[in-house]
Design a protein around this ligand. Sequence first.
Ligand code: TRP
Length: 461
Amino acid sequence: MSVQRESMHGMWSGRLAFILAATGSAVGLGNIWKFPYIAGENGGGAFVLLYLFCIALIGIPIMMSEVMLGRRGRQNPINTMRTLALEENARPSWHWLGWMGVIAGILILSYYSVIAGWALSYFKDAVFGTFDGISAETAGSHFGGLVGSWWVLLLWHTLFMMMTMFVVSKGVRGGLERAVTLLMPALLVLLLIMVGYAMKSGAFAQGMSFLFDADFSKLSPESALTAMGHAFFTLSLGMGAIMVYGSYLPEKVSISKAVISIALADTAVALLAGMAIFPIVFANGLEPGSGPGLIFTTLPIAFGQMPFGVIFASLFFLLLIFAAWSSAISLVEPAVAWLIEKTHISRLRASVLMGLLTWFIGIGTVFSFNIWAEAKVSGKTFFDWMDYLTANVMLPFGGVLIAIFAAWVMRKESSSDELKMGAMGYSLWRFLTRYLAIICVLIVMMKVTGLLDLVLAKAGL
Ligand code: TRP
């Protein structure tokens, strides 16, 4: 029984268009800015291994589930969940899952845009040759100078939000889809060049051993949660972004193959970024756990020393901006699609409203690096809290609910009809989603909240 529904927002031109757009969403600041700095903060190897494990065994099955739900529902996440729940004789209250996604997307974009603003500012510096022959010390104080002035950050944040809402107001399948076709491969090539440079001039062996030698004694429950949360973040999972993209997916495209290609590309970019950055970190005696500024304080040093550094630096930050841009639009698209379907206002108006709301929340993150830097709650700034609540709580929680819906609530006929895989592949997806993914997420969450130890103690273990 095939369900024939059409999305009111149109359709991807085909399989490749979907893969490129979804890869554009997945590959972003998460891969190049966040992955290296959290790997650095959490001791490297063991964290990286756990992250890879989460991508393969939790991320891929849940991503398939999310695309599948989107394609079957063909609406914004809220209406999709309501429609599918009714169809499967489940409670319509499943639409709250869509709500959480819309909210999570806006919260993530509010700080994502501020960080993307750093990339905008660094692009300007790169073009003007600011990094020429820069020392590690100057690179550090340059970054400190940028984040120290709130009005400069606010300016760049405002510019990035305007760029994002401009594309969203034109409809996601317009210009950026085409731009990404060219820019993603270019980013990959540039990262390879950076890794080549790190191999020659950095402490390559030390960097590699930091990234890939796993010492599990360094891994705390918090690190495990960060690794798992990042698997969701980097694949854009758990909040309906991929569900919306799935809702524009033509009927005949194989979901499993598309999802595996996206996950592989995403992981490759993250690992290459790590391989480019850590050798430079160690060669210059920098601190791998120095936090969100990591790439902004290390890469300029490399650019400052290499031949044609000005060109490479400009190109790198330009591509980083595009990677962030194509991710940002997917963070707000669910909210905009919902607002249009709900109120029938124009796409332009919906984009402006959502953009203003997100921009406003982002001011909290702007201040987190300067005037509110010391205003901490339980040791975390506003930005830290936004990041923690979204990546480590809302996304895994949303992901588990998606898995439960796809593999427990939905009838087998519906999911196999939509996934259209061979018997073996289908059974594997179902097993991973039904048991492994759900149990792993719950265990990590319980361990972090201390609930697991409580239950184990009760059971006398
Ligand atoms: N995956 C993107 C990155 O790594 C960020 C992102 C875009 C995202 N859309 C998302 C994260 C949806 C979570 C959910 O930069």
